[in-house]
Design a protein around this ligand. Structure first.
Ligand code: ATP
Ligand code: MG
Length: 263
């Protein structure tokens, strides 16, 4: 039996994914069948920016390929936050969406709590945080952690990426990103790399606002329900006060963001 190395991960520290040799074993979530079909589809169309699905082990964990490289963790290092890396990400998300446009899964047990309530024509990753992106020599090579993937509008993923990589928010409260990042300019870098049509720039800003409202409502519901990891996580992230300050920053920069995304 090869040694299992726990991987520092997301919200549930009790059952972390583990690395075993060239594979990763993840406790399968409620969307396991849909994610399996999605990863098999991505492989079948030659999309190389995701782990391959290899099977299920005797503990019902999903077995995926290990992708060699570096995964940034907060506070995000400068090498992960370059404009070139952000442009790589935009291009990769575009390729993901194109690859999923032909996906016809037979199961639909997607995890939809955080996904686009409107639904859509592509499968969004929905968790485009730097912790779910593999780099090699400062370039983005792959996305991991598809547990939250679900059908959505392409702009939903782009909005999540813009919020977390811009970042879009009040620089005075920024504690996870290098201080010199210009969120407005980077909004445009991402939009152009994705190939967003300039006439959809305003729609993208609107989807950012929708996505934030949707996520915040979910978080408040989790907290009201006593979810201990969300209570801790939300407090660490600055809570309602920080969210309101970031919302206000986005509202103040609306016109500049639209101009930036128009290019
Ligand atoms: N296939 C992979 N290739 C390379 N590294 C991986 C892979 N899968 C996971 N990792 C590493 O392990 C970390 C945690 O894995 P992952 O993001 O899949 O789980 P998680 O965030 O704990 O899950 P969840 O968000 O569902 O709670 C990642 O941030 C990454 O560093
Ligand atoms: Mg993760």
């Amino acid at each position: 039996m090869t040694h299992e190395q726990p991987l520092v991960g997301g919200m549930d520290a009790r059952r972390p994914p583990v690395r075993t040799g060239d594979t990763v074993r993840r406790p399968a979530g409620s969307s396991r069948l849909a994610v399996r079909d999605l990863l098999l589809h991505l492989e079948s169309v030659g999309f190389d920016g995701a782990p391959r699905f290899l099977g299920t082990d005797d503990q019902s964990r999903e077995v995926l390929t290990w992708i060699d490289g570096d995964v940034p963790r907060p506070p995000y290092p400068g090498w992960a936050m370059t404009d070139r890396a952000l442009a790589d990400l935009g291009g990769l998300v575009r390729r993901l969406h194109e690859a999923t446009a032909t996906f016809r899964g037979t199961t639909a047990d997607w995890s939809t709590e955080w996904s686009d309530p409107v639904g859509g024509s592509v499968i969004c990753h929905n968790d485009l945080y730097p912790e779910n992106v593999v780099f090699r020599e400062g370039r983005v090579v792959a996305l991991i952690d598809f547990a939250m993937a679900a059908p959505g509008r392409p702009l939903w993923d782009l909005a999540i990426a813009a919020e977390t990589w811009g970042p879009l928010g009040d620089p005075d409260r920024r504690d996870q990103h290098p201080l010199n990042l210009d969120g407005v300019a980077r909004f445009g870098v991402l939009a152009r790399a994705y190939g967003l049509e300039p006439e959809r720039a305003e729609e993208l800003v609107d989807v950012v606002i929708q996505e934030r409202a949707h996520a915040t409502a979910n978080i408040r519901a989790e907290i009201a329900g006593g979810n201990a990891s969300w209570i801790r996580h939300w407090a660490d992230a600055g809570g309602d006060e920080r969210a309101a300050a970031d919302d206000a920053w986005i509202a103040r920069h609306r016109a500049a963001l639209i101009r930036s995304a128009r290019g």
